[in-house]
Design a binder for this molecule. Structure first.
Ligand SMILES: [Zn+2]
Length: 343
């Protein structure tokens, strides 16, 4: 009997989970042997991390540069007022809490942005990656890294009362850029501060973590779907997403966000509304993206390709299409659609 099997048998912690026929003892063993990378530790990331730790994922890698602030507390379930008063880094506060929740899980916090320089090293350690970033630039960076490395990742975004989620399985289904073709088209429009209803965070995180657990236990893969839901109205949609052979990323193997955005270091992890994010201004006086920070090297943006340059100049994603009228099943059109900002 392996060390993992002995721990599982001794603790009984996962008895109600292993009782599920789709998980069982073998599924739990796979979950306990797995490593998950959570990119961002704001509302989505802290919710994901809590569920992953309680489910017994063996190793959790948490990456975020933000500190806990009071305005985070209405939706970021791992933190409390003392974390905010102490201005603790979110991943440090999260790791403390998660170790108390489940000491069987190895939690490894990293206080840093996710950048083109470090994302490959992070992704390579993981069996599955969960998107909890607060801006589209990081999401495209994660998409590039995961497609290049063949790592599954779970996209998710929330804004206001609506959210979206999709599992990306490289080489077997569409990537983010197959669905949202052009970063510039996704991120055009003025920056604004959007509110977030805490309950939509739970819905999106639940979709992402469930997809991750299904993947880890080896459940039969589902057709790729982009799920959307507005938790206030109760309206949602679930649309089949198809791979685009012309996709810049998975079709042409051009990883623009890995190779051409070294100056972008902003907003890679954390939650909407962080103080540093709101204060950020690129050199030259342009409007900073609500969801991002812009480094002192932002002047180099002019040398980058247009889509990345527009990101660095301070544009940010804005309101997604709001699903209406039940839960239709349609094919995602091969045209750019707006993407929810993350939190
Ligand atoms: Zn693609």
């Amino acid at each position: 009997m392996s060390d993992i099997d002995e721990k599982l048998a001794a603790s009984g912690r996962y008895a109600r989970q292993t009782a599920l026929s789709m998980i069982g003892t073998e599924g739990q063993r796979r979950i306990s042997a797995a490593t998950a990378l959570v990119v961002g530790c704001g509302a989505l990331g802290s919710t994901q991390a809590a569920w992953l730790a309680r489910a017994g994922v063996g190793r959790l890698l948490l990456v975020d540069r933000d500190i806990v602030e009071t305005h985070n507390l209405h939706r970021q379930m791992l933190y409390d007022g003392e974390d905010a008063r102490a201005r603790r880094p979110k991943v440090v506060a999260a790791a403390n809490r998660l170790r108390a929740v489940n000491p069987e899980v190895c939690v490894e916090p990293t206080v840093d942005f996710v950048t083109a320089e470090n994302v490959i090293g992070l992704v390579r350690q993981a069996d599955v990656v969960l998107d909890a970033a607060d801006n589209a630039a990081t999401r495209y960076l994660v998409n590039d890294a995961c497609v290049r490395e063949g790592k599954p990742w779970m996209y998710g975004g929330v804004m206001g009362t609506s959210g979206a989620a999709m599992a990306v399985i490289p080489r077997k289904g569409p990537c983010l850029r197959c669905v949202f073709h052009d970063p510039a088209s996704v991120m055009s429009g003025p920056c604004a501060t959007f509110g977030v209803l805490s309950t939509i965070v739970g819905w999106v995180a639940a979709m992402q973590v469930t997809a991750a657990l299904k993947l880890l236990v080896g459940a039969p893969p589902d057709p790729a779907r982009l799920h959307r839901f507005d938790i206030w109205s109760g309206h949602g949609s679930s649309a089949i997403a198809r791979r685009d052979q012309r996709c810049v990323c998975c079709g042409q193997n051009r990883y623009e966000f890995l190779g051409e955005m070294p100056a972008w270091d902003g907003g890679q992890a954390g939650t909407a509304g962080g103080a540093a994010r709101g204060d950020a201004r690129p050199p030259g006086g342009g409007q900073a993206c609500v969801g991002g920070r812009v480094s002192s090297r932002a002047a180099d943006a002019a040398a980058l390709q247009p889509a990345v340059r527009r990101l660095m100049e301070g544009e940010c994603p804005h309101e997604p299409r709001t699903p209406r009228g039940g839960v239709p099943t349609t094919v995602v059109p091969a045209v750019p659609v707006k993407e929810p900002r993350h939190d």
